[in-house]
Design a protein around this ligand. Sequence first.
Ligand SMILES: C[S@@+](CC[C@H](N)C(=O)[O-])C[C@H]1O[C@@H](n2cnc3c(N)ncnc32)[C@H](O)[C@@H]1O
Length: 330
Amino acid sequence: MDLLNLEDIAEAMNLLEICWQFRSARVLMAGHQLGIFEALRTPKSSKQLAQECKTDHQMTERLLIACCSLGIAERQGDKFALTNLGQNLLLPESPRFIGGILGHYENLWWFWTGLAEVVRTGRRDAAPSAPKEFEERWHEFWIWAMHGIAANGVGQWLAENLDLSDRNLLLDVGGGPGTYSIILCQKFPNLKAVIWDLPKTLAIAEQIVKRFGMEERITLQQGDWNKDEFGLGYDCLLMSNILHGPNSQADMKLKKAYRAMKPNGLLIVHDFLLNDEKTGPSPAALFNLMVGSYSVSEMLDVIEKSGFRDARLVAYHQKRGAGLITAFRP
Ligand SMILES: C[S@@+](CC[C@H](N)C(=O)[O-])C[C@H]1O[C@@H](n2cnc3c(N)ncnc32)[C@H](O)[C@@H]1O
């Protein structure tokens, strides 16, 4: 083989880089778990930081250099400080904090660690468990993770691609932290929203709605889609990340949505979606491996079969492998 002339050298290098990408994720998780980012609220030398966080000085300095390379920290003379991005994403007082994402991904890490065994056996529980301190906070991290994702680009993308200027009352089914409701209400002054979810989740949504000062326009409604109807009289209804493929009971949820909506009501579905050939894109394929995903046309089909009309893909976020679909309740 002539090693000097390879056709796929760029692709090979990309693939090798993908094999190593876990390192950056672990830098963020380790920095968060060790309390390094919070300790960097004020600039510090690596020695001061190591003392405060009870870590090894040399390794702390190396971790900080890696944080600089990721754009979340910077050098200020002989000290390190968080960049604006670091402050916005890594300090708990920031409304865009991603601590929930880092905790949630620590939990998911163990599924991916056990992937070979999961695929061999077909059993998700064949993967090792996450450390107890993370597993015990699974729900809390999960819901805060949904907030971190929505607040850092996905919510803005959703709002950019929807026109709800002639809508008054949005039902956000399985609304989680409620961040999509918040951002849509911020964009459309006429809109009010109801976040419909399990009590445990609403306890978190309540804090988030309050934090954004939206209590006047966003209310919380307890419900369990396995036994409750969604209510009545909504002129738009959001189902974000609750129709994850064929095992998600999408049909049952969509029929309840139909009954909750007024004629000409707008259904909005936001989810990971595979392309119709089911070959990607990668974020949707990876989500499908962990949870499940419909292809775009499968999702459109399920929506139309539940009685909705004019289901169409209004936007597709290639980098996230997620699509935004709207449809009308006749
Ligand atoms: C993946 S999260 C999606 C949250 C939010 N819609 C988003 O896109 O960020 C799924 C949500 O469904 C809620 N959920 C799960 N089972 C439920 C049930 N039986 N009834 C109502 N909500 C449920 C969870 O509490 C969670 O908030």
